[in-house]
Design a protein around this ligand. Structure first.
Ligand SMILES: [Zn+2]
Length: 417
């Protein structure tokens, strides 16, 4: 009897004692707007109350965390990462795909995952393992199983390219070269899409164009009909399709086939952005990857004159902004260092988007586009406790997002300076 009573008390105390955290800072950005003098109450893995300090009280036994001259935000969401890649100025992409084993790449990825989380990015949409099979699916599992620290992951697995278009390329044809993604064409796209889903892809990525033109310029790959096979197959499993596309024609075909987001969109025109808006397709501009690649070729930002490509991207970003197409935040991180994710948000601001819109993009908008807004992306009661605190005020200076003081994911504190 005593034993049962003891067990009951233990159970009761465990239930009651799900720790409360009472977070305060000068400002709270809730995913939409900024509030002064608010508090956020967390219990277990959830946000249970948010509002003015007078209205949200701390239950006894709460752990109080207060930062002054600081802002509480939802955990940031990276819209385009490759945790299995590392910067191309360290090792060229070809060499990472062909020479680095999956085991080695996975070991690196565990560090990348940690750096991402500690930089305040509590969720990532990881768009392709680039030759590391389904290591992204396994990385996600290791994080979810709490083996290693890392962000929530939405993963694409191997991704799909048309035969003959993707790299690594340029070797003796007698050699069997492993590619950075899986080839498929025509009817076979249905089987490959199903196979990738079966292997754990949360989202299916297609390359609507790639650098396979006669002078290696980007040219469309799949037909609209081919991409429709992928979209319809994915849709019946409840998954979205996203498209790598930098040419206007590649973007147009992908949009008409029914993809949900366009990655890069370098040569998007007013007409294409308007089509995207009409079809409810979001743009992921990956400005940071473009800048990184040009810098790896020697451009010194700030001292050297601005390369044509950058001028064009700035112009193109302004057209996108004016068109009203939804812009999500994703930098193609992996091309540059994991943990440096804020770079994309800084560039979105530098290229003409106001700071609050950038903050929205990296939180509530990304969450909505990725269909996870009922779980994360806002500071709202009932949502998962994915919260960060930064010094300063990123609505005044976006780079204040680099001043990370506190990171909580799923109610667990990973950083508290
Ligand atoms: Zn990418």
């Amino acid at each position: 009897m005593l034993r049962i009573l003891f067990a009951f008390i233990l159970l009761l105390s465990f239930r009651v004692s799900a720790q409360h955290y009472y977070l305060t800072a000068d400002r709270v950005f809730d995913g939409e707007v900024i509030h002064e003098g608010w508090a956020v109450l967390v219990q277990g893995d959830k946000i249970i109350s948010v509002g003015p300090k007078e209205k949200v009280s701390a239950p006894s036994g709460s752990i109080k965390i207060n930062y002054s001259n600081a802002m509480i935000l939802p955990g940031l969401i990276e819209g385009h990462s490759h945790l299995l890649l590392h910067p191309y100025n360290e090792t060229p992409w070809d060499d990472q795909v062909m020479k680095e084993s999956d085991g080695y790449r996975m070991a690196r990825a565990t560090v990348h995952a940690k750096n991402t989380l500690l930089a305040g990015f509590t969720t990532v949409r990881d768009l392709g393992s680039e030759g590391a099979g389904y290591a992204d699916v396994d990385l996600k599992k290791a994080i979810n199983d709490k083996i290693i620290p890392g962000p929530r992951m939405i993963v694409a697995g191997r991704a799909i390219v048309s035969t003959g278009s993707y790299g690594p390329k340029g070797f003796d044809r007698d050699m069997k070269i492993m590619l950075g993604a899986e080839e498929a064409d025509g009817d076979n796209l249905i089987k490959v899409t199903r196979d990738q889903i079966g292997n754990g892809a949360d989202v299916v990525k297609v390359y609507a164009d790639y650098r396979w033109g006669k002078s290696n310029e980007p040219m469309p790959t799949f037909s609209i009909e081919e991409m429709k096979f992928v979209v319809e197959t994915s849709k019946s499993s409840g998954r979205a399709v996203v498209a790598h596309a930098s040419t206007a024609e590649g973007m147009r075909r992908a949009v008409l086939a029914g993809v949900e987001t366009i990655e890069h969109g370098d040569d998007g025109t007013q007409e294409i952005f308007e089509l995207m808006k009409e079809k409810n397709v979001a743009l992921c501009p990956t400005l940071a990857a473009t800048e990184a690649l040009i810098q790896y070729r020697g451009w010194k930002k700030g001292s050297d004159p601005e390369p044509e490509k950058i001028k064009k991207r700035k112009e193109n970003f302004k057209i996108a902004l004016q068109s009203g197409v939804t812009i999500l935040a994703g930098g193609d991180v992996g091309v540059f260092a994991h943990g440096e994710n804020v770079r994309e948000l800084e560039l979105m601001n530098e290229y003409g988007m106001n700071t609050v819109d950038v903050l929205k993009s990296a939180t509530s908008i990304n969450a909505k586009i990725f269909h996870i807004d009922a779980t994360v992306g806002s500071v709202k009661d009932g949502l998962k406790a994915d919260l960060i605190i930064v010094s300063g005020d990123p609505s005044k200076n976006i780079s204040d997002l680099r001043k990370i003081k506190f990171v909580m994911k799923d109610g667990v504190i990973f950083k508290n300076e």
